[in-house]
Design a protein around this ligand. Structure first.
Ligand code: SF4
Ligand code: SF4
Length: 427
């Protein structure tokens, strides 16, 4: 293959105007193109974040480091990364304690699927101009330094809340990458789509010098643009995200992931420590507090992307309704959304804690029904294991059965503590 035939044209070409139009059609709000070598610097950020170890549930992040450091192992011959973002900034959610709070990013269609489709469409469109290129869409689907590549853009920076934000759009954005065999005209420069308002027709794209990839503070700002990285950095005195964090997970000293509600309600599969229950309030999937309080998210537009508008009515999210769902109803209701992946038992656990946080004994009756159905399910699972032990031929998936028993036990533990707290309130 003649690699030079895959070289991106210079910025005066019509190609860039058409690319910007394509982005607009795909609701892509930012795009920049970086050489794959930039991965080298991601190692340093990764070690800073996880240098002291990672919780068991996130261990997968530490695997395949050699692939993370070398995107060429994901796509042979990869030369460049097209880093994009989509907005999921949605309208405010009512703060009713009897209604479960779902993080803004998870209220619509599963973002993995949406981003993958958009990236594939972008890749296929690029093939019209570069028929020989190969590409692979990445949406959490391969080990990759996503934030590191995103921050290479002059319009992106990471805040003290650990989130990458985009100029004019804030931090409620999904990131995605198209790994390609396209060559940048100058491997020492990145190409960035101009997201500055009122300048689209003049500069659809521009280049900036790629500074030392390992330097977190490198400034890619170019003259001629009215603002660069500096305007995106946290104001010196702002600590709003620290003071707003309900559990103290985010604090000036060290991010305590084991106290983060987002981690606890989504990734963590065990018993949530009782001292953290009240901090969860009505949050049953994720937590947006360190984003919602951030001044950079205050003046941004609500997304017009229909894929990310909420699929759930307020009635559906009533705790009494959610606690009455069967495992089958849970699957059906959350199918096609990111929430499905936490599974029925974690969702029940989170709703039990939210019910306790209302302080209302009206939940005791539905929690009793839930306990009975979990006990019944556990008995069935035990019976299946016993039958399996005596009838080895039909005994399949013992690990799955044991895992489900352990999830039932976890929910029952939460229920016992919930009964104690709600009955104490009642007495
Ligand atoms: S997601 Fe919530 S709990 Fe986690 S750091 Fe942010 S504010 Fe704190
Ligand atoms: S709340 Fe303040 S300190 Fe926190 S990320 Fe936003 S600007 Fe930075």
């Amino acid at each position: 293959m003649n690699e030079l035939s895959n070289e991106l044209p210079d910025l005066t070409s019509d190609f860039w105007l058409k690319l910007k139009q394509k982005c607009s059609e795909l609701q892509i709000i930012s795009l920049h193109i970086i050489p794959t070598d930039y991965a080298i610097g991601g190692k340093k950020s990764f070690e800073e974040k996880f240098g002291n170890g990672v919780p068991e549930d996130l261990e997968y992040l530490t695997r395949n480091q050699e692939v993370r450091n070398n995107p060429g192992l994901i796509l042979e011959g990869a030369r460049s990364v097209i880093s994009i973002s989509l907005s999921y900034h949605s309208s405010d959610y009512p703060a009713d304690p009897h209604t479960g709070y779902i993080s803004a990013y998870a209220r619509g269609r599963d973002y993995h699927k949406v981003i993958k489709q958009r990236l594939d469409r972008l890749g296929n469109w690029l093939k019209n101009t570069f028929p020989d290129i190969r590409f692979r869409a990445i949406t959490d689907s391969a080990p990759f330094y996503e934030q590191h590549f995103a921050k290479a853009s002059v319009f992106m920076a990471k805040g003290r809340n650990n989130l990458v934000r985009l100029k004019n759009a804030g931090s409620m954005i999904f990131l995605g990458e198209l790994l390609t065999t396209l060559n940048l005209p100058d491997p020492k420069k990145i190409i960035t789509m101009n997201t500055e308002k009122n300048t689209e027709s003049d500069y659809p794209f521009f280049t900036t010098v790629l500074n030392d990839a390992s330097d977190e503070n490198s400034n890619n700002c170019i003259s001629g643009l009215s603002s660069g990285k500096n305007s995106l950095e946290c104001p010196e005195k702002c600590r709003l995200c620290f003071s707003s964090c309900p559990t103290g997970a985010l604090n000036p000293k060290k991010f305590r992931i084991e106290k983060c509600i987002s981690y606890l309600t989504i990734e963590y599969g065990g018993y949530i420590p009782e001292e953290l229950w009240s901090g969860l309030q009505n949050r049953i999937y994720g937590c947006d507090t360190c984003q919602l309080c951030c001044p950079f998210n205050k003046k941004t537009d609500i997304t017009a992307d229909p894929e990310f508008s909420s699929r759930f009515s307020q009635d559906f999210l009533k705790l009494s309704h959610l606690l009455s769902l069967t495992p089958e109803e849970f699957k059906k209701s959350f199918s096609g959304t990111p929430i499905l992946r936490i599974g029925y038992y974690k969702m029940m656990r989170n709703c039990i804690i939210a019910a306790v946080n209302t302080g209302s004994s009206e939940y005791i009756s539905c929690l009793v029904i839930l306990r009975n159905s979990v006990l019944k399910r556990m008995n069935l699972l035990h019976a299946e294991i016993t039958a399996g032990n005596t009838d080895g031929e039909n005994y399949s998936e013992p690990d799955r059965l044991l895992r489900e028993i352990s999830e039932c036990t976890m929910v029952l533990r939460h229920l016992e503590h919930a009964f104690t707290l709600l009955r104490n309130n009642h007495d």
